[in-house]
Design a protein around this ligand. Sequence first.
Ligand code: FES
Length: 150
Amino acid sequence: MTDSIDDFVLKFQSEILNEIKKTYGEKVYERWLNPLYMGSIKDPDGYARLKGRCEDTMEIFLVFEDDRVKQASFQTDGCGSSIVCGSYAAEMALGKSPDELLEVTAEAILEKLGGLPKEDEHCAFLAAEALHEALNGFMIKQAARKRNKL
Ligand code: FES
């Protein structure tokens, strides 16, 4: 009896996962299973926490070295797509200068991950906006540091 319930659950899980893979594509599916760059960074140079219109929150953490992103990460309490978009936003931020970070837009994230269903595209916008807001935080800190040195 237990075996047949276990088999049923396994089959059911596998069908759901296959459906997700079919709907979202291999790249999104793999990143959802293995969300790189997830977690917080202590004392980041740039940080932002934004709430989307869906009420989900996206946080981005940036650490700079020699005016380039040395470390980046994200956290979200949002959907699977927001996890994937946050992960790609952090990945795409690595090694970038402040100017180059502005090129990490929602469109660029969507292109990188091979697109999302229309109703999930706003998750990429939330990730990109949080990234740009974190950059803004860094720029403000930089300006304050320069002012204090004068
Ligand atoms: Fe809110 Fe994806 S539904 S970020």
